[in-house]
Design a protein around this ligand. Structure first.
Ligand SMILES: Cc1ncc(COP(=O)(O)O)c(C=O)c1O
Length: 354
């Protein structure tokens, strides 16, 4: 049976702008490859995560989870020095972003972000029918001065930024929050790799500030899907109404709590990542490569006009890095910090390909 005419009839009921949009392209997830392309942690999560999963009884699976993830939020609040009323848990920080967009933006409203940055900010804006304005980063990935004057209701800033890994000093972000007549989201997915880089300790001084964190990077739990949002309690109250009722599974609530409680393991994951980042930097420097200073678990390397060939060559050899066929980025490779063995293999392949 030819389904096309039937589908066309049904498709006309869908929003034309949604049908026309491209959709977010996640980094490739290819089995059996060494993945240095989506900034996951190179080492396993806390062993306590396995313990809580093993101990999870039938009842926790049979029943709906706590819709407000109270225990997880209490432990998160204690970990980050805020109150539970200032915390919301999301199914990944992507879910937190969705909740923020749905709560703040009506069709036609303006969103802005420095560019390039995390691509999902665009797609969420398209889904919401909002208008997103990209502002090129100033020289050396510095904050564009115009940001507070764009008339945006929502301003998004990944700090450290993805894909550059660059960091805007906290004091500059605080001045931006003060100057902005809108909501500033500081997406701190990678901030654990940048000691002293978080704006979270200043949350109480900025009522228009939202800070995002994720378990996908420094906690090594990208597969679990867990993120946190921090904001003033009245904002969190509103966001609670918008999120899916049971947005965090019982498994994730248990896993996230266990990971937060094992602070020693988290410190060790961060320490190993920073140590290996330094080693990767010295090895890449020996190739004559450059990258902007990174506060994240990846480097955006300038690889020249052959960047696309190198990406394909590495992929043929079972090693994934990130490359974008897009002006401004197509001479660069974004490389996630891996284990020492993965770094050595990467360097061996790069030397052979170059
Ligand atoms: C800046 C930034 N924010 C958010 C995310 C998504 O995080 P999560 O896995 O918690 O949805 C990523 C993932 O790469 C990211 O780079």
């Amino acid at each position: 049976m030819n389904e096309a005419p039937l589908s066309a009839a049904a498709l006309r009921h869908l929003r034309p702008d949604i049908r026309a949009m491209h959709g977010y392209t996640p980094g490739e997830q290819v089995g059996d490859c060494i993945k240095l392309n989506t900034n996951e942690c190179a080492w396993p999560p806390s062993p306590r995560v396995h313990e809580v999963l093993r101990a999870l009884g039938d009842d926790r699976l049979r029943k709906y989870p706590d819709p407000r993830a109270r225990r997880l939020r209490e432990v998160a609040a204690a970990t980050y020095g805020v109150t539970p009323a200032q915390v919301l848990a999301g199914n990944g920080s992507d879910d937190c972003l969705t909740i923020i967009y749905r709560s703040i933006l009506a069709p036609g409203d303006r969103v802005a972000c420095p560019w390039p940055t995390y691509g999902l900010y665009d797609d969420l804006s398209a889904i919401q029918g909002a208008c997103i304005e990209h502002v090129d980063w100033a020289r050396d990935w510095a904050l564009p001065a115009v940001l507070p004057r764009l008339g945006a209701k929502l301003l998004l800033l990944a700090n450290p930024n993805n894909p550059s890994g660059t960091v805007v000093p906290v004091e500059q972000l605080r001045r931006l929050a003060d100057a902005l007549d809108g909501i500033l989201v500081v997406d701190e997915a990678y901030v654990d790799f940048c000691p002293g880089g978080s704006i979270l300790p200043h949350l109480d001084q900025h009522p228009n500030l939202i800070v995002l964190r994720t378990f996908s990077k420094s906690y090594s739990l990208a597969g679990a899907r867990l993120g946190l949002m921090f904001a003033a309690a009245p904002l969190i109250d509103v966001f609670m109404k918008v999120k899916d009722s049971y947005n965090i599974s019982a498994l994730d609530q248990a896993v996230g709590t266990a990971a937060l409680e094992d602070a020693d393991h988290h410190r060790e994951l961060v320490r190993r990542t920073l140590q290996e980042r330094a080693r990767l930097e010295s090895l890449l420097a020996s190739l004559g490569w450059t990258w902007p200073p990174s506060g994240a678990n990846f480097l955006l390397c300038e690889a020249g006009p052959k960047a696309g060939d190198l990406y394909r060559g590495l992929k043929d050899r079972g090693l994934l890095v990130r490359w974008w066929d897009r002006p401004g980025l197509n001479t660069k490779l974004r490389i996630t910090v891996g284990t020492p063995e993965q770094t050595d293999l990467l360097m061996q392949h790069l030397r052979e390909l170059l």
